[in-house]
Design a protein around this ligand. Structure first.
Ligand code: ARG
Length: 462
């Protein structure tokens, strides 16, 4: 079957592409998502061409009106997308020609699909940085709400997932607020770095037309035009910066998700997940499964995957544009969609979950969690070197373990049999509330410090 050649570039072609060629070549199945950015880029370009006297004002006006019609057709779902036209750029331009005729053919003056796709995708990724930032701010607020409510609720702090020292619920929630603040600053960094315009680089070498690249950069909200036309069309660092930031962010989400899975189990009972974020089992009536947390934990795989995939696409590519680079979009879209979904679900879960204050406190006292407080007391009150205090405390822990009790349940005589300097006021430091209250060093878990941090973050997030 002979097909006609592509009307956009088929001048020198006698026959159309093979069906399989069309299938491997076309990106319209996914890059249609770039339509708003493509039209914004074209509008900026057309206005600049007219301002620089490269096309007439009336052609620019026809192009502008036509592009607005195309955009509304796409928004209402009336747009006739064509695989034969390969990608969003040629679909939009072909439709523009149907709508306005000859002036449409002047839009591509001093431009190539190479700088066109570079600008479209950059605008899209930039927007994702902004959306991620807003979603992360919402998650911070949800965590802050938990932190404020439970600034002085004691819970076990863990290392190796073994009870380490008592901490406060508020302190634990604020740890994630800090992580997310770094995520936000990574996205902000990436956004700042990517905010330069490739438009006007044309195919790769620039153009002989007297264009004004600052004008299109300004119109699209970029800080300035990119300085090297080869770099402008060959660069996908901006997407990699985004995906790297998204990967670290997703890794943080997976850690919190993992804690929610553990904490909501019957063995821990640290939190009760809301019905809104739990599912039941079709066979086991007692089950409340934390599926949303599990799915967030799992979704990092595809986000890491997108990052690695694009690194691999870009690796070893000679300058400038190669068609390999068309493979930049699909996985980035998927990563961004899943990051936003994970953030929304995490924010919902955190907002609606209920910390089980009594269970947290009971767990905080177990596992000899105040052993360090006892050792510190021996240092502070009896002047023991820390290593010796550690040893004495270890003996007391072994004794308590042997008796099947906790440290505060030992008698003074028990204690004095290990070290005869121990006095009755040692029992003051063995309670978990006293333990956390004593951790007043900067950044420590004392409720006073947590309240100060809550106040700080409330100000920041206002
Ligand atoms: N669909 C292409 C992409 O996403 C647009 C750029 C095509 N440029 C070219 N010279 N074939 O990369």
């Amino acid at each position: 079957m002979t097909k006609s050649a592509n009307t956009m570039w088929g001048g020198r072609f006698a026959a159309g592409p093979d069906a399989i060629m069309q299938a491997i070549n076309a990106s319209i199945g996914y890059d249609r998502r770039l339509a708003p950015q493509d039209i914004a880029g074209s509008r900026a370009h057309a206005a600049m061409l007219a301002a620089c006297g490269i096309i007439t004002d009336s052609d620019a006006a026809a192009i502008r009106e036509g592009l607005l019609t195309v955009l509304s057709e796409i928004e209402t779902g009336d747009f006739p997308f064509s695989t034969a036209l390969e990608d969003i750029h040629m679909n939009v331009e072909a439709r523009l020609r149907d709508l306005i005729g000859e002036p449409a053919g002047r839009l591509h003056t001093a431009r190539s699909r190479n700088d066109q796709v570079a600008v479209d995708f950059r605008l899209w990724v930039r927007d994702q940085c902004d959306q991620a930032d807003a979603a992360l701010a919402a998650l911070q607020s949800a965590l802050l709400g938990q932190a404020e409510a439970g600034a002085d609720w004691v819970m076990p702090g863990f290392t190796h997932l073994q009870t380490a020292q008592p901490v406060t619920w508020g302190h634990h929630m604020l740890a994630y607020v800090e992580m997310i603040a770094r995520d936000r600053s990574r996205f902000a960094d990436a956004r700042k770095r990517m905010n330069t315009s490739p438009l006007g680089a044309a195919a790769l070498a620039g153009t002989s037309f007297p264009i004004d690249r600052q004008m299109t950069a300004d119109a699209l909200g970029f800080d300035r035009p990119m300085s090297n036309s080869l770099d402008a069309v060959a660069d996908r660092d901006f997407a990699l910066d985004y995906l790297a930031s998204a990967s670290i962010c997703a890794m943080h989400l997976s850690r919190l998700a993992e804690e929610l899975v553990i904490w909501s189990s019957a063995q821990f009972r640290f939190v009760k997940m809301s019905d809104k974020w739990s599912t039941g089992s079709s066979i086991m009536p007692q089950k409340r499964n934390p599926d949303a947390a599990e799915l967030i934990r799992a979704k990092i795989g595809r986000i890491f995957g997108a990052n690695v995939a694009l690194m691999t696409v870009m690796k070893g590519l000679p300058l400038t544009y190669s068609k390999d680079m068309q493979e930049d979009k699909e996985q980035t879209f998927d990563a961004a969609d899943n990051l936003m979904l994970a953030l929304a679900a995490m924010t919902g879960m955190v907002t609606d979950m209920t910390a089980q204050r009594d269970n947290l406190k009971a767990a905080a006292a177990g596992g000899f969690s105040t052993a360090t407080d006892l050792a510190d007391w021996l240092v502070r009150e009896l002047g023991l070197p820390f290593r010796e205090a550690h040893h004495v405390t270890g003996s007391l822990v072994a004794m308590a373990e042997g008796k099947g009790c906790d440290l505060p349940d030992l008698t003074l005589d028990d204690m004095r049999s290990v070290h005869d300097g121990i006095r009755t006021d040692v029992f003051d430091v063995l309670g978990v509330e006293n333990s956390v209250a004593s951790r007043t060093s900067f950044g420590g878990t004392a409720p006073s410090g947590v309240r100060a941090q809550v106040a700080h973050w409330k100000e920041v997030l206002k």
